[in-house]
Structures are given as structure tokens and as C-alpha cells.
Write a protein that binds this ligand. Structure first.
Ligand code: PLP
Length: 422
């Protein structure tokens, strides 16, 4: 545990100034001088503990995974499998065997769509997604529905912008084959009612995939408590490395799923010519090719880092900062907050008379990094009747200073594009 983590643990509240010292880029990099990084929903920075875990792998225990019979290869394999165990504990999975390392959340969702849902889908069947899905949790389902003559149902939003489950009576109907929803919206930031949704789906024998890409960094995830059948997220949005993600699947579904990538490490017996081959059991079946050991080690180190900060405190910190920011932004002339009041970590907004890209550019020139665009959620933006929003998203190293800088930057943008000609 680093000194900053230890010190910040002494208090009940997270101390973002101390936390920031754990992040070399934010602390030392010339490009981070005067930077207020509020683009955490896109990707997060990496603490020294994660960087060290990756470099330690290469320096101390690097070798082929599941392929070598000498001590170095065995040590590398043990690290890889220990990382899986750490991730399993992190999400409350019943066994590490339910966890597949993927390249990303995107890859994991494509694996479930192509490897589990596609072979079962019949014309007239339905897969449901919500209006607020990221394209990663929309396009794979859209394509398999198109391929099979099935229907992609959309859970719309009610007047308050929340999932209108009560207004979607066919959701749990007999033609529904799967429901895929995000835990937290990457545009609006609100948390969806995953637990009751999964409970009702389970009662109707319908599997639910939860896209936890935007919740994993600041909410506690427990697959048993959520009651989901599939769950996915990427390491890079939770202070871990880019290029690795996770798919959790309940035993029955993992056993039924077909691998999309074929190759080394995922097969027990290769058939001669056209004779069928027999795939390995468990997660190995879905991890063809040479596994990403440094990625897995960095992923596990990110879990350790978040646990060290205390996930409850991380949640409280991010939520409090979002509340404060929402209040300050709401007071700016012409600013319209699109996120509902209970949103956490993410705030989307527009400003009358100023394009979101101009907002982001003016903010960027003042050292405030926010995102502008459709956030890979075009179906939601169509519904909102806009083409783009500006989005600020908060992480463990953000503080009141960042919020003040954001407010000042947006205020300045409002002056560059005044509503009334002066
Ligand atoms: N789902 C949500 C809600 C996201 O916000 C994102 C990325 O922004 C993804 C999925 C895809 O994540 P990745 O690009 O790491 O695969």
C-alpha cells in the first residue's frame, strides 16, 4: 500500500490531493501541468501500483501462460490465475472459473452476442436493450437480430429519464431471449435498477447481461446480489491498464457459449481434417492465443488499489463531488443539465447558444478536460433530440478545485458566445 493510500485511509473521507500523488502522470507529466482531468468516463489514469505490477511482471515473472513446464512459466501462469481469482473476489463471483479475460467490455459483449445468443436466436424472438446503451451494448445485438430475423426491443425512458420497465410489458415475455442493459449510463450517469430487473428476468428464465463499464470504478459490484447472468467491464475505466477487460458468466451460460476466437490454448483435441475438434472447459475456451499476463496483473493491481482506498469511500467521494458540480453547473446561465439529480460520477449538459464542441474546446484551452459528442450513444441522443452533449466525469483524484475550474471554464464559454448580443 502506498503512503498516500495509507494516509488517506486514516480519515473517513478520501483525500483526493493525496490520492493524486499516486498517479505519476497527474503528478509529474508536463502535459498534466494545470490539468483538471474530468474525462474519467472515457478512460482513467493509472496509479503507480498498477504501473509497477505491469513492469514487475516483465521484470520478474514473465513467460508463456498455460504452456510451459519450467518454473518461470509456472510462476507467470500462477500470476495470471491469481489475477483471475482477485477479480472473482472483486465481483463476488462463485468461482474464478466463471471469469474470462477479454480485450475489453466491447469484446466481451460481442462474445456473448455471437457465441451464446446468435446460435439460439429464432425468427420472431426478441433481444432487449435500453434506450441509453453505449454502441458496444447495442450494435452486437442489432446485428444478430438482423441476421436471424429477430427483433431488437428497446426499453424506453420515462418522463424522468429512467428506464420505463413498467411501460414495457413484453420485456419478460415468452419470446425474449436476453436482456442487455448498462448498470450506469455513460451519458446521463444514473444507475439502473439492475437487481429487480434481474429478479424478474430470472423468474421468467431470461438471462440478463449487465454492462458495468461505467459503474465498476465507483460502485461495489456483486454478481450474486445483482442476480445477473453476464457482467462485463474494462480495466482502463477503473484505473487499470488498457487492452484488458472481463466477462463474467454464470456456469450454465459459460458452458453453453461457443468460442468466437479459435486457436492455441482453447482446444483439448483437434480433429483431423473436417472431423470436429473438442474445446477446453472453463474460461480457457474463450482465451485463444497467448494470454495478456501484464494486463491481467495490472487489472488485479487496480482492484487492490480501489480496495485500498475503500470502495465505499470512493463511492461517497465521487457522489459528493458530482452533487456539488451539478449544483454549480445548474446555476450557470443557459446551462441545461441532462443528467437526473441522483446521477453519480457523470454529468451531461448543454449550454444554450454554444455547441458542446466549442464548450469542450474552450474548457480544454483552460486546462479542463471534458468530453463532447454523442458519447457512442446515438439512440439516446436521438431520443433527447440533440446531436451532442458536453460531459464531465469524476474520479478518485478529482476535487473541488477541478469543479471550480470547470465552472469557470463554462462561464467563460458562455461569455464568448453570449445569449444576448452586447
Ligand atoms: N459500455 C459503456 C457504458 C461504456 O461507457 C463503454 C466505453 O465508453 C463501453 C461499454 C465500451 O468500453 P470499451 O471501449 O472499454 O470496450
Amino acid at each position: 500500500m502506498t503512503a498516500a493510500v495509507q494516509n488517506s485511509m486514516a480519515a473517513d473521507r478520501l483525500d483526493p490531493v493525496q490520492v493524486k500523488r499516486d498517479f505519476p502522470l497527474l503528478r509529474d507529466a508536463p502535459l498534466a501541468r494545470g490539468l483538471h482531468y474530468l474525462d474519467n468516463a472515457a478512460t482513467t489514469h493509472k496509479p503507480q501500483a498498477v504501473i509497477d505490477a505491469i513492469s514487475d511482471c516483465y521484470a520478474q515473472a514473465y513467460g508463456p501462460i498455460h504452456r510451459g513446464l519450467y518454473p518461470l512459466a509456472e510462476a507467470a501462469t500462477a500470476r495470471y490465475e491469481q489475477s483471475r481469482q482477485t477479480l472473482a473476489e472483486f465481483i463476488g463471483a462463485e468461482s474464478p472459473d466463471r471469469l474470462v479475460f477479454t480485450r475489453s467490455a466491447t469484446e466481451a459483449i460481442n462474445m456473448v452476442a455471437g457465441g451464446w445468443a446468435l446460435p439460439r436466436l429464432q425468427p420472431g424472438d426478441r433481444i432487449w436493450v435500453s434506450r441509453m446503451e453505449h454502441h458496444a451494448n447495442y450494435l452486437p445485438w442489432q446485428r444478430i437480430c438482423q441476421q436471424r430475423g429477430a427483433e431488437l426491443g428497446i426499453i424506453e425512458l420515462d418522463e424522468d429519464g429512467r428506464l420505463d420497465i413498467a411501460g414495457t410489458p413484453e420485456l419478460f415475455g415468452s419470446r425474449t431471449r436476453l436482456i442487455a442493459v448498462c448498470h450506469v449510463s455513460n451519458v446521463l450517469g444514473m444507475e439502473n435498477p439492475i437487481q429487480p430487473l434481474c429478479a424478474e428476468a430470472r423468474a421468467n428464465a431470461i438471462p440478463v447481461l449487465v454492462d458495468a463499464a461505467q459503474s465498476v470504478a465507483h460502485l461495489t459490484l456483486d454478481v450474486a446480489a445483482l442476480g445477473c447472468d453476464f457482467l462485463t467491464f474494462s480495466a482502463h475505466k477503473m484505473y487499470g491498464p488498457t487492452g484488458i477487460g472481463l466477462l463474467y458468466a454464470r456456469e450454465q451460460y459459460l458452458a453453453e457459449m461457443q468460442p468466437l476466437l479459435l486457436g492455441g490454448g482453447m482446444v483439448d483435441e483437434v480433429g483431423e481434417g473436417n472431423a470436429p475438434s473438442r474445446w477446453s472447459d472453463g474460461p480457457a475456451r474463450f482465451e485463444a492465443g497467448s494470454p495478456n499476463l501484464p494486463g491481467a496483473a495490472g487489472f488485479a493491481a487496480a482492484v487492490g488499489y480501489l480496495d485500498g482506498l475503500d470502495r465505499e469511500r470512493v463511492h461517497r467521494h465521487v457522489e459528493a463531488l458530482t452533487r456539488v458540480a451539478a449544483m454549480s453547473l445548474g446555476a450557470l446561465p443557459g446551462l441545461r443539465l441532462l443528467s437526473p439529480p441522483e446521477s453519480s460520477a457523470i454529468l451531461s449538459f448543454t449550454m444554450e447558444g454554444v455547441h458542446p464542441h466549442d464548450l469542450a474546446q474552450i474548457a480544454g484551452e483552460r486546462g479542463v478536460a471534458i468530453r463532447a459528442g454523442h458519447h457512442c450513444a446515438q439512440p439516446l441522443l436521438r431520443h433527447l433530440g440533440i446531436v451532442a452533449t458536453a460531459r464531465a466525469s469524476f474520479g478518485v483524484y478529482n476535487d473541488q478545485d477541478d469543479v471550480n475550474a470547470l465552472v469557470a471554464a463554462l462561464d467563460a464559454a458562455g461569455r464568448v458566445f453570449p445569449l444576448e448580443p452586447s
